[in-house]
Design a binder for this molecule. Structure first.
Ligand code: G6P
Length: 369
């Protein structure tokens, strides 16, 4: 086992560091560099085919569900096709509105999650075409889906998912561009920009990882907290959900993520002197609103760590601590902001002496209900 960890103390840390390579592998063969377009040999969908879908429903569990929430943001933004995202265990026990005009996308690292597999079968039964995004060739979900996009993350051992998640998110960006190209819903210039910025993501992730020790001290400051809150707006919100889940899974600290505008509707009552808040501030259109929310929580004594793009040097004035990510297109930040969040949960778990790779009560794959 030690050899498989490749010199890292835990599989989770190894897998966090494997993300730039995993992303690179997931892109390989799917970029047509000359034409600056996305090609999926696995799909071969025509414009006519894409136009037959009047909505997309994404179904998944856990971390894969969070990847789906980013997928919704990206696909709606690029294609204007309406997208629903549902937790598989809810979807399967109601009468979902899914038919031949719906593209259902199931997302599953293992390809074996019982609820997600049941949702796939139910969707097919209702006449929908099912596309699976999965990491395991030959898994039940890969075998039963109509089409499959494989994430090339390689085996993921740690229970807390990291590289499988970022390759799922990347696949949604590629799929969004692929669908947009067929629908002609974005300009060629914007498409070029998106692809250029995707191609730069692995190096930018590498940059964050090189400075990862700078995040370690922060974990010391939250390890004894009763609760940690994550806030964000726009696409920062689903990333906050993922950051919060990671922290819960392996540090056992209670944490919650909120769309920052919702603070006033309840969570603000929980903020007291010293409550740690991790605020994602990468979305320019709502950054003033975020700064307003930060002022509100600071006024109640919260200790705020801000995560923002390098161009936002002025956030120092608003927060107690800052962590900068390299600049990228605003839609693309989820692939970068999640890295410090993964590291915070890893180092907090480590500081508490928990079993990082095998947290109590949790399983890597939930194959029974
Ligand atoms: C378990 C794992 C999570 C994972 C979820 C869905 O809860 O611990 O890391 O996100 O199942 O798994 P899947 O294999 O379907 O992505």
């Amino acid at each position: 086992e030690q050899a498989e960890k490749n010199g890292y103390d835990h599989f989770m840390l190894k897998e966090i560091h494997e993300q730039p390579t995993a992303l690179q592998k997931t892109m390989t063969g799917r970029f047509n560099k000359e034409q600056k377009s996305v090609e999926f040999d696995e799909l071969q969908w025509s414009t006519q085919q894409v136009e037959q879908w009047d909505k997309i429903t994404i179904v998944a569990c856990g971390t894969a569900y969070h990847a789906g929430l980013i997928g919704k943001h990206v696909i709606e933004e690029l294609t204007r096709i309406p997208v629903d995202v549902e937790v598989a265990s809810e979807f399967r026990y109601r009468r979902p509105i899914v038919n031949e005009k719906t593209l259902v996308i199931v997302v599953s690292q293992s390809g074996e999650t019982a609820d997600t597999l049941a949702a796939l079968r139910q969707s097919q039964h209702l006449g929908a075409q099912v596309l699976a995004i999965t990491n395991v060739v030959g898994s039940s979900i890969a075998r039963e889906a109509d089409k499959v996009l494989l994430t090339m993350a390689g085996p993921e051992i740690a229970v807390a998912s990291t590289k499988a998640y970022t390759t799922q998110v990347l696949t949604f960006y590629l799929l969004g561009i692929y669908l947009a190209e067929r629908k002609q819903s974005i300009s060629k210039e914007y498409q070029d920009q998106l692809l250029e910025s995707i191609a730069e993501i692995p190096n930018k992730m590498e940059e964050i990882l090189e400075h990862s020790s700078s995040i370690r001290w922060y974990s010391e400051s939250i390890k004894d907290a009763n609760s940690v809150f994550f806030i964000g707006r726009g696409v920062d919100f689903p990333v906050s959900l993922e950051g919060s889940l990671k922290l819960k899974e392996i540090s056992y600290i209670h944490s919650e993520a909120y769309a920052a505008g919702e603070l006033k509707h309840g969570t603000l009552a929980l903020i007291e002197e010293g409550t740690p808040i991790i605020a994602l501030i990468t979305q320019e259109e709502v950054s003033e609103k975020m700064l307003g929310n930060i002022k509100e929580v600071k006024a109640r004594g919260a200790q705020v760590l801000g995560i923002a793009g390098e161009e936002k040097m002025n956030i120092w004035e608003y927060v107690d601590e800052c962590c900068y990510i390299p600049n990228t297109l605003s839609i693309m930040t989820p692939l970068l902001t999640v890295i410090p969040l993964q590291l915070i949960s890893y180092y907090t778990s480590l500081a508490l002496g928990n079993d990082v790779d095998k947290p109590r009560n949790l399983a890597k794959s939930v194959t029974v209900e």
